[in-house]
Design a protein around this ligand. Structure first.
Ligand code: SF4
Length: 477
C-alpha cells in the first residue's frame, strides 16, 4: 500500500495516515511511504483509502516522548524514517513491553536519528553567520543574510529559534533546499538558493574577527575537540575559520608568555557550610545527610537543577553502585537511575540474578548538570571542580552506608572514588583499593552504551554484564 504525504516533513499527514492504517490493521511490512511529487504515479493504482487521507477514528495511546521523537525524526533525511516511525507505532500498540526496553534496535535507531537532527539544529544555531545587505532605502535597516547547508530538513523547525533570537532585525537564511526570511512580522518560506545568492564578507566581519582574536586563549587550545565541535564542513561559512591555523601556530609561544606572567588572584570559592552530623545511627543519619545535601550550594549546579538526588538502597549492602550525576528524569523524580541508563543497569543486574533493591545506588555528583536546547535539557559532564566539591557528600554517604564493595560506573565516579583519573575503557573490570581498604570495581556508565551504534550494543551490553558479574558473584569482596 502506497501512502503519500504532502511533503517530506508532513508530520500531521503522517499521524493522520498512520492512525488510519492502524485502525485498519495494516502491518508495517505492507506500507510504502513517500512524500511530495516523485515516483508515486507508478504506484498510484495501488494506493488504498489511507493514501487518500481518510482517517480512522480509533484512539491510539502512545507515550508522550514517542510523539516528541516523531516530531524530530521526521526531519531526518533518511528515506526509511517514516517506515521506521510507523513500525515503532505499530509495535508500541502491539508490544506493550517495548516502551520499557532500552535496548530495542528500532527505538535506538530512532533516538540516534533524533540526536543527529538535534545536533544539526544546534550546529545551525552556532554556525549561521549573518552578513548585511542593503536591500532598501533605509541604510539603518539592512537585511541580514546567512548561508547554511544543513544535513537534514530542519529549516522550518529551526526558524522559530532564530525569530526569537533576532526578533528585532530583518534576516534571511538561505539553504540549498529551503530558505526562510523574517520581516519582523512573520516568517516567509520559499525554495532553495545557491551559495552565490549569499552576500560576500562585509565590514562587520572585521570587527568579529578582531573580537575572536582577542578572546582566543592559546593555553586552552584543543584542536581535536575544536574540530569535533566545529567540524571542517562548516568552516567555509565561518569567517573566523581563517584565523584558526595562524592562532594555533602561535599558541605555544603565547602560552609560554602567559605562564611567565605574574599569577592573577584566584576565584573566590564558596565556603563549605558549617554542619555536623549528629551522633545518631545510620538509618536516621542518612536522611539527615540527604537533607543537608538538598541545601548545598558549594558549586553552581544546584542553581538550575530541580533538586539534589540522594542515593537509595539498604544499609551495609554487598554492593554500592556510584554513577556520575542524576539525569533529566532523575532530577524530576528525585531518585537515582530511573531513566534509560537506570533501566539498562537494572536489566544487567536482573541478568545476574541481582535485585535492584538489594544494592545501594547513588551518584558522585548530586545535582543535574545540563544545557538547554529548546525545551530539552541536555546532559553535560560535571567538571573536575564540581565533582571534587561534591565528593565529601559521597564519602559521608559511604561511611554511613558501609558497603562491602563499590562499583564505579564511568570516569567521573571512578575519579571521585579513587582520587585519580582512570582510562575506563582499558581499566574496566579491574579492582582498585582505596586508602580506607574499600575495593572499587570500575566499568562503563550504562549511558555510554546508549550512545553506541545499535549493532555494537548487544556485544557492549554483554561486556558490561561480564564486568558487573565480577562484583556480583558470591566470592567478590
Ligand atoms: S552538585 Fe554537589 S557540591 Fe554542587 S551544589 Fe550540588 S550537592 Fe553541592
Amino acid at each position: 500500500m502506497l501512502v503519500r504525504l504532502a511533503d517530506e516533513t508532513d508530520l500531521a499527514g503522517f499521524r493522520r495516515e498512520a492512525r488510519a492504517l492502524l485502525a485498519r490493521g495494516v502491518p508495517p511490512s505492507e506500507v510504502h511511504w513517500s512524500a511530495g511529487a516523485g515516483d508515486e504515479d507508478l504506484f498510484a493504482e495501488a494506493s488504498g483509502p489511507a493514501a487518500t487521507g481518510s482517517a480512522g477514528d480509533g484512539t491510539i495511546r502512545v507515550p508522550a516522548d514517542f510523539l516528541e521523537l516523531c516530531h524530530v525524526v521526521v526531519l531526518h533525511r533518511e528515506p526509511q524514517r517514516l517506515a521506521l516511525l510507523y513500525r515503532l507505532l505499530w509495535r508500541l500498540v502491539h508490544e506493550p513491553g517495548l516502551r520499557h526496553d532500552p535496548l530495542d534496535a528500532d527505538m535506538l535507531l530512532a533516538r540516534q536519528m533524533a540526536q543527529a537532527v538535534r545536533r544539526d539544529m544546534h550546529k545551525m544555531h552556532a554556525f549561521a553567520r549573518f552578513r548585511q545587505v542593503q536591500d532598501g532605502e533605509d541604510a539603518n535597516d539592512p537585511l541580514h543574510v546567512a548561508w547554511f547547508e544543513p544535513d537534514h530538513r530542519i529549516v522550518e523547525a529551526n526558524a522559530p529559534w532564530f525569530r526569537r533570537r533576532f526578533a528585532n532585525m530583518r534576516w534571511a537564511i538561505l539553504t540549498p533546499e529551503r530558505c526562510v526570511e523574517w520581516d519582523r512580522r512573520e516568517l516567509h518560506f520559499r525554495g532553495g538558493a545557491s551559495r552565490g545568492d549569499a552576500p560576500p564578507a562585509d565590514a562587520g566581519e572585521q570587527l568579529w574577527l578582531t573580537y575572536y582574536r582577542s578572546i582566543f586563549n592559546p593555553a586552552r587550545l584543543k584542536l581535536q575537540t575544536m574540530q569535533k565541535e566545529m567540524p571542517r564542513k562548516y568552516w567555509h561559512n565561518l569567517p573566523e575559520a581563517q584565523l584558526i591555523a595562524p592562532l594555533a601556530a602561535q599558541s605555544r609561544e603565547r602560552s609560554g608568555r602567559m605562564i611567565e606572567q605574574a599569577p592573577s588572584a584566584p576565584l573566590r570559592r564558596l565556603p563549605r557550610p558549617v554542619r555536623e552530623l549528629p551522633a545518631i545511627a545510620a538509618p536516621e543519619a542518612l536522611p539527615f545527610l540527604h537533607e543537608q545535601v538538598q541545601r548545598c550550594r558549594e558549586c553552581p549546579l544546584a542553581e538550575h537543577a530541580t533538586q539534589s538526588v540522594p542515593g537509595e538502597g539498604p544499609l551495609r549492602p554487598a554492593l554500592m553502585f556510584v554513577g556520575e550525576q542524576p539525569g533529566d528524569q532523575e532530577d524530576l523524580r528525585g531518585r537515582p537511575f530511573v531513566g534509560p541508563a537506570g533501566q539498562l543497569l537494572e536489566r544487567a543486574l536482573a541478568q545476574l540474578g541481582v535485585d535492584r533493591g538489594s544494592v545501594y545506588i547513588t551518584n558522585a555528583v548530586r545535582h543535574f548538570k545540563f544545557e538547554l536546547r529548546g525545551r530539552r535539557r541536555i546532559h553535560k559532564t560535571p567538571t573536575q571542580q564540581e565533582a571534587a566539591a561534591c565528593s565529601h557528600w559521597l564519602e559521608e554517604e559511604i561511611a554511613l552506608v558501609q558497603p562491602r564493595a563499590i562499583v564505579a560506573l564511568g570516569a567521573t565516579a571512578a575519579r571521585s572514588l579513587l582520587g585519580r583519573t582512570l582510562a575506563v575503557m582499558s581499566e574496566r573490570g579491574e579492582w582498585f583499593e582505596r586508602p580506607d581498604g574499600l575495593r572499587v570495581l570500575v566499568t562503563l556508565h550504562p549511558s555510554a552504551l546508549l550512545r553506541m551504534e545499535p549493532r555494537q550494543l548487544p556485544e557492549a551490553f554483554d561486556a558490561f554484564v561480564r564486568d558487573l558479574a565480577l562484583a556480583c558473584r558470591p566470592s567478590s569482596p
